[in-house]
Design a protein around this ligand. Structure first.
Ligand code: SF4
Length: 413
């Protein structure tokens, strides 16, 4: 079990006394019982570190892992359920419908574990997932990779693929502290295209779709690097980045004469409008064909206003550069003597939960009292997954065109 202590209270193995500076909060260091320090670094942790060392020291899973006391049990509650639904949909597909999987996710929580706005969240998630089930069949040229489990020999879909990459060059003794370092994360899905190339797939739910960030998105670069480490050289082609707008479509208005509105301002798509027509008339009446064609022009092979799929590649030089950056950053992050200075800017007011103790530290007030009274170690995620009621059907069908693609015999995979 991992424990954490702060430097003044602990008997760190051979830790040297250190000189503290006024801007330097007490660093939180996590230890294994055997005195070793195991550091598992996520991409999000690197982003937090680069944003502000002081905030990172308080909030990082590798450090204090603090959150505001009384925080909702699961701040990313809908995102977790959304990922769970797509994990099933593109894996065993036991529910046959991602909306049903989301309902099962919600039902696996006890009432006191649910966030206050869970009903609204489920409604939004159901709408988004239902639309995905209409959107996806016309863009299904990527299949889930299936690999044989090394223990059972059974094919397993590569969804929610957790990885742990040892950064051996950084293993060693830091100020007397034996340290092992790993880069960790989870691929939402690994896809294979018609040419046998692999695509690391990442789902993002956000208020709005943003494709401008793709060139510099740190997770895309890091996942391409991780894929290049985990699979044979040259097999990973890039990242399939799928963004879902957290937005419900407008209901298609029924006019007084019983027809459907063809107002172009309505936030809808070809698939949703067509679905509304079929529900109302049983087929697509000829007078709606022009409007359907207009809606078809508002999207392309990569998506529309609600879901956008981007194929992002990084070349070999970028991947090597990413590795160099990872090693440089993580080397700093594992340094027990790292100065933890703040990086204040105008976003602190909106973005940082530690603003009060941060200000207190800089005006000489008792910031530690604020940390002790306003924050708690982050609550563990409820064991919802163990309580999911799985469908009583055998896992024999998958949605993808080619069932159980097994490329494990491919050289080097
Ligand atoms: S308020 Fe700003 S400077 Fe202070 S810890 Fe937060 S992010 Fe860093």
């Amino acid at each position: 079990m991992t424990t954490f202590l702060d430097i003044p209270d602990q008997q760190a193995p051979q830790a040297e006394p250190r000189v503290r500076t006024a801007y330097d909060p007490l660093p939180f260091i996590r230890w294994e019982p055997n005195g070793k320090r195991i550091v598992r670094v996520h991409t999000s942790d690197r982003i937090l570190y680069r944003r502000c060392r002081r905030r990172w020291n308080w909030g990082s899973p590798t450090r204090g892992f603090l959150e505001a006391a009384g925080s909702p049990p699961a701040p990313l509650w809908l995102g977790t359920g959304f990922h769970f639904s797509l994990e099933d949909f593109h894996g065993w597909n036991l529910w046959g419908d991602p909306v049903a999987a989301l309902d099962a996710y919600a039902q696996s929580f006890k009432p006191d574990e649910l966030p206050e706005d869970w009903v609204e969240n489920v409604e939004l998630g159901r709408s988004m997932l239902h639309y995905y089930s209409l959107w996806y069949p016309r863009r299904s040229e990527f299949d889930t990779l299936w690999l044989n489990d090394p223990v059972t020999g059974q094919p397993v879909p590569q969804v929610e693929v957790e990885f742990e990459i040892p950064l051996y060059d950084l293993w060693g003794s830091y100020h007397g502290v034996e340290t092992e370092v790993y880069y960790v994360g989870a691929f939402d899905r690994v896809c294979v295209d018609a040419f046998g190339r692999l695509w690391i797939t990442d789902y993002k739910t956000a208020k709005r779709i943003d494709t401008n960030k793709l060139e510099t998105d740190p997770q895309i670069t890091a996942y391409t690097w991780a894929g290049s480490k985990l699979y044979a050289e040259g097999l990973v082609e890039g990242v399939l980045y799928i963004q879902f707008a957290k937005q419900q479509s407008d209901a298609v208005t029924v006019l007084k004469d019983g027809n459907l509105s063809q107002n172009k301002q309505i936030a809808t798509t070809w698939a949703l409008y067509r679905e509304a027509l079929i529900q109302r008339f049983g087929s697509v009446p000829p007078q709606y064909v022009n409007h359907l064609n207009y809606l078809a022009t508002q999207e392309n092979a990569e998506g529309d206003m609600f879901i956008k799929r981007s194929l992002v590649r990084r070349n070999a030089y970028s991947i090597a550069m990413e590795e160099a950056k990872i090693m440089a950053e993580v080397k700093e992050m594992i340094d027990t003597e790292l100065p933890l200075y703040p990086s204040p800017d105008r976003d602190c007011f909106f973005m940082c939960p530690f603003r009060e103790p941060c200000l207190a530290m800089d005006d000489g007030s008792d910031y530690q009292h604020l940390i002790d009274t306003m924050f708690q170690e982050r609550t563990k995620v409820p064991a919802w997954r163990n309580r999911v009621k799985w469908p009583a059907i055998p896992p024999t069908h998958v949605l993808d065109r080619r069932n159980r693609i097994d490329v494990s015999m491919r050289e080097g995979l």
